[in-house]
Design a protein around this ligand. Structure first.
Ligand SMILES: [Zn+2]
Ligand SMILES: [Zn+2]
Length: 419
């Protein structure tokens, strides 16, 4: 009897996990510099939290959430499908003062059809800025996304921006849209007919060509904003220019979740085909109140590192994993030197494993190979006499002698280079 992992999940190890962890590590450092500290919430919550926040009439809540009920008490839980609702629940429950800046990193769960770069258990990195309503922060949070992507070595992306207003704008706009759509109603797909009555802005998310063709000419929410929302949107664009961030406006972008207000944005990557969104986010000024808290304006975004990694090759220096050294001492009398060497290598930020100095050198070299070490460092009587380490590059089998006094600079420059 053997067992397989569930469809849409994966085992992460080796290089792939290292690449993912490199992205996570860089996120922690980068966002900490901007005052964002990490928050970890449970991976499951009461299902009602997501019904309320994401909206019961969305595809996510209807079809994609994993729900389970406990025996006896009949409580219904859900694996979290996204991060924002949990962060807000935690902020309300722990009565945290405003403003707050949070970073979250972890697994999310959705029962979707698995496809390239898309899993049923998937990773998300997200930031949330809570308690700030000013358009300056909409621009800053977009700029942070852009700078972070550059920082980790991702380039070929573009930013799309829109405003979907507030309930006041939407009431007015709905009337205009309904008037436009009435003669076209029978040509819309079934989903759009349903969406229009329940969740009308989301018709613009439709993938159907006929629907999209009709929507090209439809009035857009962006052109029907109330005075305050219009002013906010203009300020966001001004500040984006101030930050030097390039963007394009996409009046048909409304984002898949119900809770957004005003600013919405997506970062799209050229190398990804249809599933091209790597960062998605927006403002959600009404959600904290919806979840039982005080009026709290919020803005945030989430990123899919797995999809992002599809666009990045292994050799990018930003993702380069640390080098692994395997220390091979020939005889136990080198114990002290061996331990000192291990400390030195660790101090340089690299990985160091020790061979058993009592084992024959051939066996130790074989083990260095088996653990995929980049270098074997050999330390025996010849080396002791000459005051060197013999350094063997395990990939090329080339060997060179490095003066013990110069080993620190070797750790920085690597093999075969004297500069
Ligand atoms: Zn408005
Ligand atoms: Zn449609």
């Amino acid at each position: 009897m053997t067992y397989n992992k569930p469809k849409g999940t994966r085992d992460l190890f080796g290089k792939e996990l290292q690449r993912l962890e490199a992205i996570n590590g860089m996120a922690r450092d980068f966002f900490l510099q901007h005052g964002y500290t990490e928050i970890r919430t449970p991976t499951f919550e009461f299902a009602a939290l997501f019904d309320r926040s994401i909206g019961e009439a969305t595809d996510i809540v209807e079809h994609e959430i994993y729900k389970f009920e406990t025996k006896g008490k009949g409580k219904v839980y859900a694996l979290r499908p996204e991060g924002t609702a949990s962060v807000l629940r935690a902020v309300i429950e722990n009565r945290l003062p405003m403003p707050q800046r949070f970073l979250y990193i972890g697994s999310m769960y959705r029962r979707e059809r698995p496809q390239k770069g898309r899993y049923r258990e998937f990773q998300q990195i997200g930031i949330e800025l809570l308690g700030e309503s000013r358009p300056f922060y909409d621009a800053e949070i977009i700029e942070l996304g852009s700078r972070y992507l550059h920082h980790i070595g991702s380039r070929d992306f573009r930013i799309e921006l829109n405003s979907i207003g507030c309930p006041r704008c939407r009431g007015q706009y709905r009337i205009a849209l309904e008037k436009f759509l009435t003669p076209h109603l029978s040509n819309l797909c079934d989903d759009c007919q349903k969406r229009f009555t329940r969740n009308f802005l989301r018709i613009f998310d439709c993938k159907n060509g006929t629907c999209q063709h009709i929507y090209d000419d439809a009035p857009k929410i962006t052109d029907n904003l109330c005075a305050e929302c219009g002013e906010h949107y203009e300020q966001v664009r001004n500040h984006l220019r101030g930050f030097g961030v390039d963007y394009t406006e996409n009046k048909k972008m409304v984002r898949g979740l119900d809770y957004y207000t005003r600013t919405v944005f997506e970062f799209k990557h050229g190398g990804l085909g249809a599933q091209d969104t790597v960062i998605a986010g927006g403002r959600y000024d009404l959600l904290v109140r919806e979840l039982g808290g005080a009026d709290t304006p919020c803005i945030g975004w989430a990123m899919g590192p797995e999809r992002l990694l599809l666009t990045m090759d292994d050799d990018r220096p930003e993702l380069k994993h640390r080098r692994t050294f395997y220390v091979i001492a020939i005889g136990e009398k080198y114990m002290d030197q061996m331990i000192g060497l291990r400390d030195q290598i660790h101090g340089s930020g690299n990985i160091c494993m020790l061979g058993d100095p009592g084992e024959p050198i051939k066996m130790q070299i074989k083990k260095a190979d088996r653990v995929s070490a980049d270098y074997a460092l050999i330390l025996g009587e010849d080396e002791e006499r000459e005051g060197v380490y013999a350094v063997k590059d395990m990939k090329t089998a080339k060997q060179e002698k490095v003066l013990i006094a110069e080993f620190a600079s070797f750790l920085v420059r690597g093999m075969g280079r004297k500069d």
